[in-house]
Design a protein around this ligand. Structure first.
Ligand code: HEM
Length: 486
């Protein structure tokens, strides 16, 4: 009896100590910072420990996260304090918030803890200052316009091969899985120089593991074999082993014949440590394919629903195809850089899609010191959440925001600064935006000139987020091959 009461006392004591930081946080959440510097953003930190995480996660899954956030903004104004992912959070709205997040010296990137666990803690997203600049410079070498220009032929071949294998002769296509596999292949070929034949098994392994791990980047971190998190973590471990094998082979090749024309060899040649290379390759593989796959998928959805925009894209692409045919390039030659430069309306259609459905829901940040914003003090260590869509759907910036209108992005009509942010901004702006532009345009050229499509029966075009947008049924479409397709 004595021993069980001792155990009970011990358990209560341990619980009290464990909950102490939380109690402190909650107490500091009643209006003012502990330092008394000024008021905290309005709102409440929600339920103990989980805060608002569950209701927000539910809203993301049912694609009502924007409404969830809009309700908060209506109740508390453009700055408020939910508690998400076990962390007190300041939720900020609008272009001035984007400017603050992208340019304040007191703010640093933050990842969902599950993302860090899957991808690693030494990736470009985790490192700061000189280290960030060094890693970014290594990546930018492969992503700046002159490098991307050299990838056009490789991307062109990947797109044609993919459409021949996965679209031709089919009546129905699930667009999102198809685009994920296309962008994954294009990335393996042009950035990592993984050969389609010699490296076939490596490519297959990576593809399988990345499809799995991507599902867990915002999963609740409960590591059991049957949880999403547990399964994705296992996929991440297997993916890391495969990447380690690539590094070994690149290291051996560099010793016999110098030449760093792929990202991994370049990182090895620059003296980066193995764990750092693995984390950065993991990050790059996630960053470089799912985002563009989502963009392509939702362009296809929006063009199907908007005949006027569709007709304009078709006319632009048909004109480019005609030009190429008349020059003798149409039957085998790759699209040229100049052809891509002529796809202005098509890129406007892609930008309008990024406005309506930004693949990255929010660029999370964290304060590195107490910082004042809009009359409130946001304490050090708080997470900063900013929903891209809240700005993209603001009728004061984009009138009639729910309407799909690529004309908003044709030459001469630029949105105001910090109001169109699908690629983020500031020192962390996506360095892959040119890569994404070229890949999107090449793929759309062959899709639009090769096929017509409509939503398959039963596919309603709705989508959920996890956190990337994913359409129901992967966006199932019925396709028709066009007679004039090249
Ligand atoms: C439509 C496609 C894409 C979208 C919408 C997109 C969006 C973004 C966003 C919002 C960020 C975070 C910015 C921030 O935290 O402020 C980011 C970062 C990043 N993206 Fe992309 N991205 C796309 C494609 C790509 C591609 C194709 C690549 C590489 C080939 C890439 C590589 C990266 C890298 C390396 C970072 C980290 C930058 C840093 O922390 O310095 N992205 N992207």
């Amino acid at each position: 009896m004595a021993s069980s009461s001792t155990l009970l006392v011990a358990a209560v004591a341990i619980l009290a100590v464990a909950l102490l930081p939380l109690l402190r946080r909650l107490l500091s959440g009643h209006g003012h910072t502990r330092s008394g510097k000024g008021p905290l953003p309005p709102g409440s930190l929600g339920l103990p420990v989980i805060g608002h995480t569950l209701s927000f996660a539910r809203a993301l899954r049912s694609n009502t996260a924007e409404e969830w956030l809009r309700r908060r903004a209506a109740a508390h104004g453009p700055v408020s304090r939910p508690s998400l992912f076990l962390c007190p959070t300041a939720f900020l709205v609008g272009p001035s918030a984007s400017k603050f997040l992208f340019s304040s010296a007191a703010v640093t990137p933050k990842n969902h803890p599950s993302f860090s666990q899957m991808v690693g803690r030494r990736s470009i997203r985790e490192v700061v200052g000189d280290e960030h600049r060094r890693v970014r410079a290594m990546m930018v070498r492969f992503l700046r316009p002159d490098a991307v220009r050299s990838y056009v032929a490789g991307m062109d071949a990947e797109v044609r091969r993919h459409l021949d294998a996965e679209w031709r002769g089919r009546r129905t296509v699930a667009v999102m899985p198809s685009m994920k596999s296309l962008t994954f292949d294009a990335m393996c070929t042009v950035l990592f120089r993984l050969d389609r034949e010699k490296d076939a098994s490596v490519r297959r392994e990576l593809s399988v593991e990345f499809q799995e791990l991507i599902r867990g980047v915002w999963a609740t971190p409960i590591n059991l074999p049957f949880t999403t998190y547990g399964r994705c973590l296992a996929a991440s471990r297997r993916g890391r082993r495969t990447v380690a094998g690539i590094i070994q082979r690149r290291r051996a090749r560099l010793e016999s014949s110098p030449g760093d024309d792929d990202l991994v060899s370049h990182m090895v040649a620059e003296g980066m440590g193995e764990e750092d290379i693995i984390d950065n390759v993991m990050f790059m593989m996630v960053a470089a394919h799912d985002t563009t796959a989502a963009l392509l998928t939702f362009v296809i959805l929006h063009l199907e629903a908007n005949r006027d925009a569709y007709d304009k894209v078709v006319a632009e692409q048909a004109e480019i195809a005609r030009r190429r045919k008349s020059k003798g390039d149409g039957d085998g030659g790759a699209l040229s850089w100049e052809d891509l430069g002529r796809m202005r309306y098509t890129w406007a259609a892609a930008l309008e899609t990024l406005r309506l459905v930004p693949p990255i829901f929010s660029a999370l940040r964290q304060t590195t010191e107490d910082v004042e914003y809009d009359g409130y003090v946001i304490p050090r260590g708080w997470q900063l959440l900013h929903a891209t869509n809240m700005t993209h759907w603001d009728p004061a910036i984009f009138p009639d925001p729910g309407r799909y209108d690529p004309a908003r992005f044709v030459a001469g009509s630029q949105p105001p600064p910090f109001s169109f942010i699908p690629f983020g901004g500031g020192a962390r702006i996506c360095p892959g935006n040119e890569f994404a532009r070229v890949e999107t345009l090449v793929a759309l050229h062959y899709i639009v000139t090769g096929f017509s499509w409509k939503l398959a029966a039963g596919c309603d075009g709705t989508f959920s987020r996890n956190p990337l947008p994913y359409p129901s049924q992967g966006l199932l479409i019925d396709i028709n091959e066009l007679a004039s397709s090249t």
